[in-house]
Design a protein around this ligand. Structure first.
Ligand SMILES: Cc1cc2nc3c(=O)[nH]c(=O)nc-3n(C[C@H](O)[C@H](O)[C@H](O)COP(=O)(O)OP(=O)(O)OC[C@H]3O[C@@H](n4cnc5c(N)ncnc54)[C@H](O)[C@@H]3O)c2cc1C
Length: 584
C-alpha cells in the first residue's frame, strides 16, 4: 500500500500520518540544496521539517555508490530523463539533460568533483545582490561547515596534492583526492613544471583562486560516492523532528491567505502519479523549493508565479508577475577530446575487459580500493584565455569571468576515452581532456510544455549560443593541444583521435566543437537572486512578491560559479538554513 514506512522517518508515500502532522517547514526536493537545508534546520529540535522527494529511496544502489559507475546513471531510473530543445550552438542537436531522481538528487548521479567556487565568483554575487553576506569572506563560516578533507582510499601520502591549511575537519561532506594512482598523474604534474607560464601548478583550487593545474578533490570517501543523502541526511536520519517522504511530487505551491497584499505561499499540492489523487499540505512557517534549476522554475510557473502575460497565454492564472522565473538558464559546455596513446594500461581496459572489471568490483567490494573507487581522472585545471581583455574586446564584450581568480575554461584529464557524442571504440588506449566553457555568456530558459505537472518543461540551456562561448571553447581545445605537446608526453601520445584529428583551422575547430559539444550538467540561474527585474529572489532567497516561500538550490545563483556546482549549492544552503532559523 502507498505510504509504508520502511525505515526511521522515511515514508515511501504520503501516509495519513504525514498528511495529519503539522510541519514548520516543508522542503521540496532532497538534492544538494534540500538535503543540506533539512539537515541544518532539524539540528534545532523545535523545528519540525517535512522533506518531499519525487524520486525513490534507493540511494545506496551499487551503481550510485561505485564512483566509476557514474556514467551509467544518466538515462537510468535515477534520472529525470530530460532532453533539451535543439541547441542552435550545437548544430541544432538536442542533448540529454540528466538530473537526479532519488534521495540525494543530482549529488547521487554526478561526477563527484568538489569545488567551493572562487573569491571573485562570490564577490560578484555580493555586488549583484547588494548583500555582503554572499561575499567570499563572509561566507567562510558556511564553507567551513560543508567539506571535510579525508584520507584517500589507498592512504597514500598526499603532501603536495592539496593545502591542508585551508581544509577543516568539521564539515559534513567528506571529500578526498583520488585513492588510486594513474600512470598519467606524473606526466600531468611534470607538464606544469615544463610549461609553467601556460599551465602553472595550483596546490589547491579550493583556496578561492582556481587558476592552474592541480589534484581533483571529490565527494568520495573510502572509495564510495558521498551524496547529500549519505552526508547531510545521514546526520539527521534519527531526528524525530524530520520526516522524509519519497515517490511524491510537489505539483504546485499554493497560497493559504494574503498578508499586506502578498500571497502567503505556505501550501503545497502533492501527487504520486499524473492525473492521480492530490493532497494539500500546509507549512506553519515556510515552504522551501529545492527542486533544482529545472524543476523549481517549473513548479513556480505552474503555480502562477512568473511572467504574467506568458502565464495567461498558457492558460494559467497569474498570481505574482515575476518575469525572471525560468530565465537566465546557463550551464557549462562539455567537449571530450581524445588521443591514442602508447600504453596498454589505461582505464579503457575496464570497459572492454569484463574479467578485469569483475576483479575490480571484487576489490572495491572488499575495501573500496582499486580503479572503481575513483572517477575517470585525478587532476584538472582552470585557466584564463591569454590576454583576456584584448581577447574579449575583439569579440565586443567585457570579460565574462567574475575576476582574476575565476577561469574562462577548464581542462579535465581522463585516463581513457571520453565523449558524450560518440560510442567508445572497442579497441585502443586513450588519454582525453574534457574541455569546458566555465564563464559562459549565453543564456537560455525553462518554459512550459503544458500545464500538466507530470510533463517535462521545455529546456533550453543555449549551449555555445554566442560567438564568445565558442571562441572560448576553441581556446580550450588549443590549450589542451599545447598541454600534450610538452616533453612529458612525447613517448606517450601517438595521435589525436577521430574528428578531433581533422580539426585544425578555426573554421574546422568550430565545426568539430559544435558537432561534439554537450553539457557538463551544471544548469543554474533560473530563479536567480538579484535586484530589480533581473532577480526573482531577494538576497535572502525569498521569492519576490510572496510571503513564506524561499528557493534554496542552484536555480538561485545569479551567475554560474567558475567551478562545479554541488559545492556552491551546499554553501548556499548552509547560509539559507541560518537565515531560515533566524527568521522563524
Ligand atoms: C550527470 C551530472 C554530473 C554532475 N557532475 C558534477 C560534479 O562532478 N561536480 C559538481 O560539483 N556538480 C556536478 N553536477 C551538478 C550538481 O550535482 C548540481 O549542481 C547540484 O546537485 C544541484 O543541487 P540542487 O539542489 O539545485 O538540485 P538537485 O541536486 O538536482 O536536487 C533536486 C531534487 O529535487 C527533486 N525534485 C524535483 N522536482 C520535484 C518535485 N516536483 N517534487 C519533489 N521533489 C522534486 C529531484 O528529484 C532532486 O532530488 C552534476 C550533475 C549531473 C546531473
Amino acid at each position: 500500500s502507498p505510504g509504508t514506512q520502511v525505515l526511521g522517518k522515511l515514508f515511501q508515500g504520503p501516509t495519513e500520518e504525514i498528511l495529519k502532522r503539522a510541519y514548520d517547514v516543508i522542503i521540496v526536493g532532497a538534492g544538494a540544496g534540500g538535503g543540506a537545508t533539512a539537515s541544518r534546520l532539524t539540528e534545532d529540535p523545535r523545528v519540525r521539517v517535512l522533506l518531499i522527494e519525487a524520486g525513490g529511496s534507493d540511494f545506496m544502489n551499487l551503481n550510485i555508490s561505485v564512483p566509476a559507475r557514474a556514467s551509467t546513471l544518466s538515462r537510468s531510473r535515477f534520472d529525470w530523463n530530460f532532453t533539451t530543445v535543439p541547441q542552435v550552438g550545437l548544430d541544432n542537436r538536442a542533448v540529454l539533460y540528466p538530473r537526479g531522481f532519488v534521495l540525494g538528487g543530482s549529488t547521487a548521479i554526478n561526477q563527484m568533483v568538489f569545488c567551493r567556487g572562487t573569491k571573485d565568483d562570490y564577490d560578484r554575487w555580493a555586488r549583484l545582490t547588494g548583500d555582503e553576506g554572499w561575499s567570499f569572506e563572509k561566507l567562510a563560516p558556511f564553507v567551513r561547515s560543508v567539506d571535510r578533507m579525508t584520507l584517500p582510499t589507498d592512504r597514500h601520502n598526499t603532501s603536495g596534492q592539496f593545502d591542508p591549511s585551508i581544509h577543516h575537519h568539521v564539515g559534513t561532506v567528506p571529500i578526498s583526492v583520488a585513492g588510486f594512482p594513474l600512470p598519467i598523474n606524473s606526466r600531468v604534474i611534470n607538464t606544469t613544471a615544463q610549461l609553467p607560464d601556460l599551465f602553472p601548478f595550483n596546490l589547491d583550487y579550493n583556496s578561492g583562486d582556481t587558476i592552474g593545474i592541480g589534484w581533483t578533490q571529490s565527494t568520495i570517501h573510502d572509495g564510495r560516492r558521498v551524496t547529500s543523502a549519505t552526508s547531510y541526511l545521514a546526520e539527521a536520519w534519527s531526528r524525530s523532528n524530520l520526516d522524509i517522504v519519497v515517490n511524491t511530487r510537489v505539483t504546485k505551491v499554493l497560497p493559504v491567505g494574503y498578508e499586506s497584499g502578498k500571497p502567503v505561499m505556505r501550501g503545497v499540492e502533492i501527487a504520486q502519479t499524473a492525473g492521480g489523487r492530490t493532497h494539500t499540505l500546509k507549512a506553519r512557517e515556510e515552504v522551501v523549493l529545492s527542486a533544482g534549476s529545472i524543476k523549481t522554475p517549473h513548479i513556480l510557473l505552474l503555480s502562477g508565479i512568473g511572467d504574467a502575460s506568458y502565464l495567461s497565454s498558457m492558460g494559467i492564472q497569474p498570481l505574482v508577475d515575476l518575469p525572471a522565473v525560468g530565465r537566465n538558464l546557463h550551464d557549462h559546455a562539455f567537449l571530450g577530446n581524445s588521443w591514442l596513446v602508447n600504453s596498454n594500461d589505461t582505464l579503457d581496459n575496464l570497459r572492454v575487459n569484463s574479467t578485469l572489471a569483475a576483479e575490480a568490483l571484487t576489490q572495491w567490494q572488499a575495501n573500496g580500493t582499486g580503479p572503481l573507487g575513483i572517477a575517470g581522472g585525478s587532476q584538472f585545471g582552470w585557466l584564463r584565455v591569454p590576454n583576456a581583455s584584448d581577447f574579449f574586446a575583439a569579440l565586443g564584450v567585457a570579460d565574462p569571468s567574475a575576476g582574476a581568480t575565476s577561469a574562462h575554461f577548464e581542462l579535465i584529464t581522463t585516463d581513457g576515452f571520453i565523449s558524450k557524442r560518440i560510442a567508445p571504440p572497442t579497441e585502443g588506449h586513450f588519454f582525453s581532456f574534457i574541455t569546458a566553457v566555465i564563464s559562459p555568456t549565453a543564456r537560455g530558459n525553462v518554459t512550459l510544455n503544458s500545464t500538466d505537472p507530470f510533463d517535462a518543461p521545455i529546456i533550453n540551456p543555449n549551449l555555445l549560443g554566442t560567438d564568445v562561448d565558442i571562441a572560448v571553447m576553441r581556446e580550450a581545445v588549443k590549450a589542451a593541444r599545447s598541454f600534450v605537446a610538452a616533453p612529458a608526453w612525447s613517448d606517450y601520445i601517438i595521435s589525436e583521435f577521430g574528428a578531433f584529428a581533422e580539426a585544425h583551422t578555426d573554421e574546422e575547430l568550430d565545426a568539430y566543437i559544435r558537432n561534439n559539444t554537450d553539457t557538463v550538467d551544471h544548469p543554474v540561474g533560473t530563479v536567480a537572486m538579484g535586484k530589480g527585474a533581473q532577480g526573482a529572489l531577494d538576497s535572502d532567497l525569498k521569492v519576490k512578491g510572496t510571503i513564506g516561500l524561499r528557493v534554496v538550490d542552484a536555480s538561485a545563483f545569479p551567475f554560474i560559479p567558475s567551478g562545479h556546482t554541488q559545492g556552491p549549492t551546499y554553501i548556499l544552503a548552509e547560509r539559507a538554513a541560518a537565515m531560515i532559523l533566524r527568521d522563524i
